[in-house]
Design a binder for this molecule. Structure first.
Ligand code: PMP
Length: 358
């Protein structure tokens, strides 16, 4: 690197940006990819062809327009959002998390979330110059109710995130505890239901009861991770405020059309989710059969504790199975791997690769 470029970076790029890392994505070439909670199923070939024709007809010369409103309406219907509530779109829910941090960025503002949790909550705070407070879960990965309430009272957070189910622990929280947190929160509470297609409960019925609660979802786990559509619902006036920091035209016309097409074929995705859930139970039973501690899951992933996480991760990788080694993410996750549920064949391959490393 030239001395000029060195100096430019040293003086013009924020210190905290220089010392941080970009969001890490593992190299998955040639691997059975079970590291990122993707739906392993593609669209059936007949639908791929039909989608191709739909995309070919999209006017690429125009900025996104009316079709975006149609997508918002289709998502509100898909989620069964009650009348009068607002819904905004993000380029994945990652972008919504970023926008929330931007909208709430007043001096001294804090974002609070349980840990271990989804990394973007802390990353968005750091990127925006907000403070992040993480509150440890209990060793059984439940919310530590008193610690959460104490931290809320102490830090008065602008945003509390509750991923429901949580990533990487895959569990839902105790509902009475959620209500106490919602009652105590002085700012926004964002319930992140990224894994809703696989969960046994949703917060949707309750979101309408609180003016400071927003519900975030995504089409990523539904089966469109590549399409990048996240959406956030809540009181219309509140949504309208956050929507002001949304970059113009943040959802591309192609993504919009693909999402509308997928929502017209909801039944196909519902059948895929049903298969993933049944595979989840099979994998869970097989892990326990191997004598491993595998936590109950309400998502399309299972957290499992193995005798040596690095050995199992590398051993599985050598057998062309890529999972996520979360053992260094947080002390509570010592020895843990996060396994995404794939197709039946992929899961069988994953289980035998894991078994061979034990
Ligand atoms: N929320 C949670 C809890 C997640 O685990 C993830 C991604 N794994 C996201 C949000 C982001 O999803 P996306 O940006 O693909 O919508």
């Amino acid at each position: 690197m030239s001395a000029t470029l060195d100096r430019l970076i040293a003086t013009r790029i924020r210190q905290d940006v220089q010392s941080t890392h970009a969001y890490a994505i593992q190299d998955s070439r040639g691997m059975v990819k079970l590291d990122a909670m993707e739906n392993p199923h593609r669209l059936p070939p007949a639908l791929q062809k039909e989608l191709g024709e739909r995309l070919a007809a999209v006017a690429l010369n125009r900025y996104p327009g009316d079709r975006i409103d149609e997508l918002r309406a289709a998502l509100a219907k898909h989620a069964q959002l009650p009348e009068g509530f607002g819904l905004m779109l993000g380029n994945g829910s990652d972008e919504l998390i970023t926008m929330l941090a931007m909208a709430c960025d007043v001096p001294g503002a804090t974002i609070l979330a349980p840990l271990p949790g989804f990394v973007m909550y802390a990353m968005s705070a750091q990127q925006q110059g907000l403070k992040f407070v993480g509150v440890d879960l209990t060793p059984e990965f439940e919310l530590d109710e008193q610690a959460m309430l104490d931290a809320i009272a102490l830090h008065q957070p602008a945003i509390v995130y509750l991923a429901y189910p949580n990533n990487p622990t895959a569990n839902l929280w105790n509902d009475a505890t959620i209500e106490k947190i919602v009652a105590a929160a002085p700012g926004l509470v964002v319930i992140d239901e990224a894994y809703q297609p696989f969960a046994s409960r949703s917060y949707l019925d309750r979101v309408t009861k609180h003016e400071h609660v927003l519900l975030m979802r995504t089409l990523s786990k539904f089966g469109l991770a590549g399409v990048r559509i996240g959406y956030m619902m809540g009181p219309a006036q509140l949504i309208a405020q956050v929507d002001k920091v949304r970059p113009p035209y943040n959802v591309s016309v192609l993504n919009c059309e693909a999402a509308l097409f997928a929502l017209e074929h909801e039944d196909v995705f519902a059948a895929q989710a049903a298969q993933i859930k049944s595979e989840r139970e099979r994998v869970q039973a097989a892990l326990r059969e191997m004598g491993l501690q595998a936590w109950r899951s309400d998502a399309n992933m299972i957290l499992v504790r193995v005798p040596d996480a690095a050995r199992s991760f590398e051993g599985m990788k050598a057998r062309k199975v890529l999972v996520k080694n979360v053992s260094k993410m947080h002390p509570l996750l010592a020895g843990c791997l996060r396994l995404t549920i794939g197709t039946p064949e992929e899961n069988t391959q994953m289980l035998s690769a894991l078994q061979s490393t034990l």
